[in-house]
Write a protein that binds this ligand. Structure first.
Ligand code: GLC
Length: 723
């Protein structure tokens, strides 16, 4: 089936009675035009040729000018063993593979294999697989060509990039279901991501507050503790936007309840937080405690909303609340019921909804295969359970909050989750190896349509050294979701727990995050429009540069269009950095470097190696204490000199409502042309009045004699600024 000129679906089934349902795909195919001969079918679009031989049945993809993009292995093609289905593909000598989302290992996945089976990977090591999420989508690179392949099959699935086939072929498959994949033929990673996120959806604008600093812990145990921590941020003038309540806010871990002793007046607490400019996020897990008289239990039983054994008995497993039943989130009626229950949280004013343990997790982990959710058995739905819980949550709170944007965060996910929720990478550890792994996971998740991604800054399990805490926090500034979180029993993690000197560094770094918010927000706008993530592996724009795949440099990433970040562990004070082609400026010193070279960069704990690309246009603001603050109305427009023309799409809206979908936004292309010696602010699109009144130019690398006058922000017409 053809979905577009560069998106084709292949579905080979041995059971055409299978329901053709996708949790991920939101588009419909267009009319199929093909040529058929005795042994061949050919489908041609403007960019792609798919040649299907009938006997043996093989699917081979070519560019419009006939270059082989990806071909079935001549001998095996697609094969079944019992219910297991596998597609064997030709492996090209120079082929690299990137993607699959939350997977450990190197950026280039060649020579490795992976399993998708959403798992509560508590205490995972830096090489463990599988983790919490399933994104069966990868991008192949060979012979100067690119393609993408999304295997839309929710069963336990397997990807082998030449690991166990003696480098003869690659293969992917699943324990059940169809050989059902989408092939993407665009010739750049950016376009493949645009096509993939066209097919599976893009994120909405996140609430602005969720981009501020988030403080979490398992758990702040009482109202006093939550308010005390929030107040301390304000007293110390360390910017922050979000406080969390982990499982202990509940009564006996019963979802949608509050502990009456420790959180007697949730609304009162949340009002006080609001006064201080904080939002509250609370956790929910899927497991519903078995307890007569508990509303969710009673309603779930009365309506048959829980998972069962094949004989109809209810499935029971233990999680935090003790013995539990599990809602059938695959069923829309159950999702709706679940969504409505959030009134217990939205009424007192909770703004964000953290979905945890939704792999689903149960003590002992291996939920038996015969457990049924409606008509579906566990093996088929496990990988989508978390996404469907997040969908139920999102749809529910969307209704309850009216025109206010919710923030949903989920641990388990499947392709398409970006439509409903942010994700974080689960229970990492307080080690340098996890700091680096976390960045690779973020970079790789970015190749799957996810952009709002967090890592437990500081490490969930274990206690970081002060150096690691400081270092990780400095990387958190450049992490899409910036959340500090720690497990029960770990030392307190707040910025002031690390000694005066370190507190000062942490504060300065958090302030840097707040200065960058106009840039970050515009970066998320780009994600909503193009599917490009905020944190981008260098491979996205430099797929032909071998050095970006070098294990020494593979953790580096672009944060938005212009900022290159080189993660460094806490025990090293120098870092080997690779700068791709172009010219670069070290942010802290403004020192200029030629690209296409390696360098040893100073990396004291006060200064993570961060480089700005020539031609960069980066809007910043002055420090505010939280995103609710109006600020001083000044937007600083930082521009770094460069040889080529560049542009940046500045985007702003009210940060909280859906009015932007009705035209209430401020969007403006800002361009820089060194040949013409001209900076241009193009016409403003949208009817939102910016919260900034003045644009101040901050030029870097232009020479000390170049100064530009301020410009009014809210004039709508083109402004030409020669220099
Ligand atoms: C899980 C989550 C963790 C949370 C804990 C208690 O381990 O991954 O983030 O703090 O449960 O709810």
């Amino acid at each position: 089936m053809v979905y577009g000129p560069s998106v084709i679906r292949v579905c080979i089934s041995n059971d055409f009675n299978n329901e053709d349902k996708s949790f991920a795909v939101i588009q419909q195919p267009i009319e199929l035009v093909y040529k058929e001969s005795a042994n061949e079918i050919e489908i041609t679009t403007s960019t792609l040729i798919l040649r299907i031989t009938k006997s043996p049945l093989r699917f081979n993809f070519y560019t419009a000018d006939g270059k082989a993009l990806s071909e079935d292995d001549k001998r095996f093609g697609t094969n079944w063993q019992d219910s297991k289905v596998v597609n064997y593909r030709k492996l090209y000598p120079d082929e690299k593979f990137i993607g699959l989302g939350e997977k450990t290992g190197n950026l280039d996945r060649r020579g490795c294999n992976y399993v998708n089976w959403n798992t509560d990977a508590a205490l995972h090591g830096v090489n463990d697989d599988p983790l919490y999420k399933t994104f069966p989508f990868f991008i192949g690179l060979h012979s100067g060509l690119t393609y993408g392949l999304f295997f839309d099959n929710t069963h336990k699935s397997y990807f082998d990039f030449g690991a166990t086939t003696d480098e003869e072929m690659s293969w992917f498959g699943a324990d059940g279901g169809d050989m059902n994949y989408y092939f993407f033929s665009a010739q750049s990673i950016r376009e493949i991501l645009a096509d993939y996120t066209w097919l599976t959806g893009r994120m909405e604008m996140p609430p602005l507050w969720s981009l501020g600093y988030q403080q979490c812990r398992w758990s702040y145990m009482s109202t006093d503790e939550v308010l005390g921590i929030a107040k301390k941020f304000r007293d110390k003038q360390i910017p922050a936007d979000v406080m969390y309540c982990d499982i202990d806010y509940m009564d006996g871990f019963k979802i949608f309840t509050w502990n009456k002793e420790t959180f007697p007046d949730p609304k009162g607490m949340i009002d006080e937080l609001k006064e201080m400019g904080f939002k509250l996020v609370t956790i929910v897990d899927p497991g519903i405690k078995i307890e007569d008289g508990y509303q969710q239990y009673d309603e779930g039983i009365a309506n048959n909303y829980f998972a069962t054994y094949p004989n109809g008995e209810l499935y029971v497993a233990s999680v935090w609340p003790g013995r539990c039943h599990f809602p059938d989130f695959i069923n829309d009626e159950v999702k709706e019921w679940w969504g409505k229950a959030f009134t217990a949280l939205t009424e007192p004013g909770v703004a964000g909804f953290w979905n945890d343990m939704n792999e689903p997790a149960a003590w002992g982990q291996n939920i038996p295969s015969m457990v049924k959710f409606g008509d579906n058995y566990m093996p088929e739905i496990r990988n989508v359970y978390g996404m469907e819980m997040a969908k139920g949550t999102y749809d529910g709170v969307r209704k309850l909050l009216g025109n206010t944007r919710p923030f949903v965060l989920t641990r388990a996910a499947y392709a398409g989750t970006q439509r409903y929720s942010a994700v974080w990478t689960g229970d990492n550890a307080a080690t340098d190896e996890h700091l680096l792994l976390g960045q690779r996971l973020v970079n790789s998740l970015g190749l799957t349509g996810m952009s709002m991604i967090g890592v437990d800054i500081g490490g969930f399990m274990g206690n970081p050294t002060p150096q690691l805490m400081v270092r990780w926090n400095s990387l958190g500034v450049y992490t899409p979701m910036f959340r500090n979180h720690a497990a029960q029993g770990m030392v307190m993690r707040e910025p002031w727990e690390w000694g005066k000197e370190n507190e000062a560094i942490i504060k300065k770094d958090i302030e840097q995050r707040y200065k960058l918010l106009p840039y970050i927000y515009s970066g998320f706008y780009q994600s909503t429009q193009t599917g490009l993530p905020l944190s981008r592996t260098l491979a996205i724009d430099h797929a032909d540069d071998e050095n970006v795949f070098d294990v020494k440099f593979q953790n580096q990433f672009m944060f938005g269009d212009w900022i290159l970040v080189a993660p460094v562990i806490s025990t090293e004070l120098f870092a080997g950095v690779y700068l791709p082609k172009g010219e670069w400026y070290r942010l802290s010193s403004q020192q200029k470097f030629e690209g296409n070279q390696f360098l040893i960069a100073d990396a004291p704990l006060t200064d993570l190696p961060v480089f700005i690309k020539e031609g960069a246009i980066i809007p910043m603001q002055h420090i505010i204490q939280n995103t609710n603050e109006q600020g001083d109305g000044i937007l600083e427009l930082h521009i770094w000199n460069g040889k080529e023309a560049s542009e940046f799409v500045y985007y702003e809206d009210d940060g909280t409502s859906y009015n932007y979908q009705k035209g209430s936004y401020y969007k403006r292309v800002i361009s820089f042309d060194p040949q013409e010696r001209l900076i241009k602010l193009l016409e403003v699109e949208g009817d939102y009045v910016s919260k900034y009144s003045i644009i101040q130019f901050k030029l870097h690398g232009f020479g000390s004699d170049v100064h530009l006058a301020d410009v009014m922000m809210n004039g709508k017409e083109i402004v030409n600024i020669p220099y």
